[in-house]
Write a protein that binds this ligand. Structure first.
Ligand code: 5AD
Ligand code: SF4
Length: 478
């Protein structure tokens, strides 16, 4: 048993992070552990988790498990969880309750919990106290060790908890089973050292560790070779890429080198405004295959609240950066994250947030009510804003955000824009769907032979969350 420990997770060790290219091993005797068995993974949370699920799938398939899309029928069920807000946490415990009934009917199924919640001390305590019928719990730092964790639990036929509080080395040989044939997630770094006062991520994902450039570039080159059209470079704070490596190589260098691999589209998430440099803006402008789409979390428009959040920028410096990006990249779409009801947020502070939204007119935004996370400094701050007031602010914010989303979309009417066609539309399977280079969802009339291609689409109708259009020609990349 290895149990998570919050105090340990908070520490930043000075020990050098090693890159290991052969740490993931499935011994011969484990290769058939999943023979004639199926697995089902339910993923919560961000793209990082989605990508971890792609790794877990490939690991399970290395052990002969087969994917199944129906949880009720699977022999192995894994919940890959998110710890960012309380509602994600509650959803997972709700799901555990449902699976308990399944396990009562089919006692031989294997049930596991992994991801960010597994890194939380209070979660693991609750599981050991109330849900010790689970079979495995493992964290974000030892996914590559899943075959051994699973074998151990099956041998002793009881709950095996294996969570490392501190990050380990970077493991480069974990396999991946990608969800899409056209778009791929590529991790460029793990962890985060920003310690924004509300955020649990620096505890659940450990210290910032950048992958070596050659490993990232080789992965992208392979994707190009395999016919992938778009890569998303992933990290909690990608603009800080490289700062922990002892080489003079930054995010702008990586972006430029990824663009040069010949991939048709590249984007990156998530940016912290503090690390967004002029050179980054120039690199995006100079490389036509870097998508003009920037997710730039604001969190709050009040400099006072930003200071309490530990964000290290002010309302004014955010606006200045925003303006600089828009001047250099007028066609770009900029989206954001905003938290309302942070402890002590006054009506005046909230109005500052609305003021930034009015000035920036974001293409879209993810908006949240502050959720206290055990162990973070903000969870201990005095919070005198009532839940009613927080809900009211969220509603006012959302209606403004929606108004600007629609206005941003309106600018596309009758324009011809490049769209990567991903497949059939979920709402209407006579139509195709895809995203513009600015990440606008488009439902399209056109031939299914275009799936997997970037084509020019004429936008004919605008909705708040999507657009309708028609394919007019192939897209010729420059
Ligand atoms: N409460 C509410 N929202 C949060 N986020 C992160 N932590 C919290 C929290 N404790 C939001 C931030 C972040 C996004 C991924 O989730 O806006 O950018
Ligand atoms: Fe959390 Fe992002 Fe702040 Fe890191 S930069 S602590 S992931 S909000």
């Amino acid at each position: 048993m290895n149990l998570p420990n919050l105090m340990e997770a908070k520490k930043r060790q000075s020990k050098e992070v090693l890159t290991k290219t052969n740490a993931y091993i499935v011994e011969h005797e484990l290769k058939n552990l999943g023979l004639n068995k199926t697995y089902y993974i339910k993923t919560y949370g961000c793209q990082m988790n989605e990508h971890d699920t792609e790794n877990i799938k490939a690991i399970l398939e290395d052990m002969s498990f087969m994917e199944c899309d129906n949880m009720e029928q699977a022999d192995l069920i894994l919940l890959n969880t998110c710890a960012i807000r309380e509602n994600a946490h509650n959803k997972v415990f709700g799901m555990i309750g449902r699976i308990k009934n399944l396990k009562a009917r089919r006692p031989n199924i294997i049930v596991g919990l992994c991801g960010c919640m597994a890194q939380e001390e209070i979660v693991v305590e609750e599981i050991m106290k109330k849900h010790d019928w689970l079979d495995i719990v493992f964290g974000t730092h030892n996914i590559y060790n899943l075959p051994h964790i699973l074998a151990k639990s099956l041998n002793k036929k009881k709950l095996e908890v294996d969570v490392l509080s501190c990050e380990g080395d970077i493991i480069e040989n974990i396999p991946v089973k990608r969800d899409s044939k056209y778009k791929a997630w590529v991790n460029i770094m793990y962890g985060c050292d920003k310690f924004c006062t509300y955020c649990i991520v620096p505890y659940t994902r450990g210290k910032q560790r950048s992958r070596m450039p050659e490993h990232i570039l080789n992965e992208v080159k392979e994707l190009v070779f395999d016919g992938y059209k778009e890569v998303t470079l992933l990290g909690q704070n990608v603009n800080a890429y490289g700062k922990d490596l002892n080489i003079n190589y930054k995010m702008e260098n990586l972006l430029e080198d990824v663009a040069k691999t010949g991939i048709e589209r590249v984007r990156f998430v998530t940016s912290h405004p503090w690390d967004f440099t002029d050179n980054m803006i120039k690199t995006i402008k100079d490389n036509k295959n870097i998508m003009p789409y920037i997710h730039l979390p604001l969190q709050s428009g009040s400099s006072r609240i930003l200071k309490l959040m530990g964000r290290r920028y002010t309302k004014e410096s955010y606006l200045e950066l925003y303006k600089k990006i828009k001047e250099a990249l007028p066609y770009s779409s900029i989206t954001t994250d905003i938290i309302v009801g942070f402890p002590g947020e006054s009506e005046e502070d909230f109005l500052e947030t609305l003021d930034v939204v009015n000035q920036c007119k974001f293409d879209s935004a993810y908006t949240f009510i502050f959720s206290p996370r055990v162990g973070t400094p903000a969870a201990k701050m005095k919070d005198d804003v009532s839940l009613d007031e927080k809900n009211n602010r969220l509603q006012r914010l959302n209606s403004l955000i929606n108004q600007y989303s629609k206005e941003a979309n309106d600018k596309y009417l009758n324009k011809v824009v490049p769209v990567l066609i991903e497949g059939y539309s979920e709402k209407d399977n006579h139509k195709l769907m895809g995203y513009t280079d600015t990440m606008k969802l488009v439902n399209i009339v056109g031939d299914s032979q275009n799936i997997g291609k970037i084509v020019n689409v004429k936008i004919q109708e605008i909705k708040t969350w999507s657009m309708d259009g028609e394919i007019v020609s192939d897209y010729i990349s420059v």
